[in-house]
Design a binder for this molecule. Structure first.
Ligand SMILES: [Mg+2]
Length: 227
């Protein structure tokens, strides 16, 4: 039976990339002249594009001006992130590497569903040695809504692997947005409490399974293989 597992990146697979947001803010400052913008409320799980647009909207910038600078802003953000990554470490969360290794051994393909712009997502995974497990995904360059990321990941999956039945696709993430995005397309959802949200919040969002973390490899594999 063909299975597929889709993973969020930040606070699901790894932590420590606070300088990602710094790169975003520095790019906004250079491209749009906005210094020290107000932080967007509840941005966990938002796509990078959405965070950029919301931040600028809060500064009363009109849509046309926002759109005109987007490509330059995201390119600059990538370059700033890449520079910062050379001086900073990221940490893979406990259990992740063993889980991915086991999924690969079982020939279960893995994809990404992340709000990160694509180039930054691959840089993060490369830095911590996880890039080799993934070939495709849905990314936050052009997508505002989290559910759009899931759609793009499913389209990419269909192109790479052929159609996998929705009931055999699992999405793993740490925010209610991850869970809601997955549910919208009818994939199975596994919430992990390794981010800023509690078990109760992830259950409330509709997660089918909620785990403290991905440390119990056997338990995670049981869910994916037997459910
Ligand atoms: Mg996350």
């Amino acid at each position: 039976m063909n299975k597929l597992v889709l993973f969020d990146i930040d606070k699901t697979l790894l932590v420590g990339s606070t300088f990602h947001y710094t790169a975003l803010k520095d790019a906004l400052s250079e491209v749009y002249g906005i210094k020290n913008p107000k932080a967007v409320k509840k941005m966990q799980g938002m796509t990078d594009l959405k965070i950029i647009c919301e931040t600028l909207s809060q500064e009363n910038m009109d849509l046309q001006t926002i759109k005109a600078g987007l490509d330059e802003c995201m390119e600059l953000m990538y370059l700033k992130f890449r520079d910062a990554l050379q001086k900073n470490d990221l940490k893979v969360l406990d259990g992740v590497k063993i889980l991915l290794e086991n999924l690969q051994r079982l020939e279960i393909p893995m994809g990404l569903v992340t709000g990160n712009i694509e180039a930054i997502a691959w840089l993060k995974l490369e830095k911590v040695g996880l890039k080799k497990y993934f070939k495709f995904g849905g990314f936050g360059d052009k997508i505002i809504k989290r559910s759009g990321l899931v759609k793009n990941a499913l389209d990419a999956s269909a192109n790479n692997l052929g159609i996998v039945k929705l009931e055999n696709i699992f999405l793993v993430g740490d925010t209610p947005r991850d869970i809601i995005g997955g549910q919208k397309f009818g994939v199975r959802t596994i919430g992990v409490v390794t981010g800023d949200f509690s078990k109760e919040e992830l259950i409330l969002a509709g997660a089918e399974f909620v785990l403290e973390d991905l440390n119990d490899t056997k338990n995670v594999l049981d869910i994916i293989l037997k459910c």
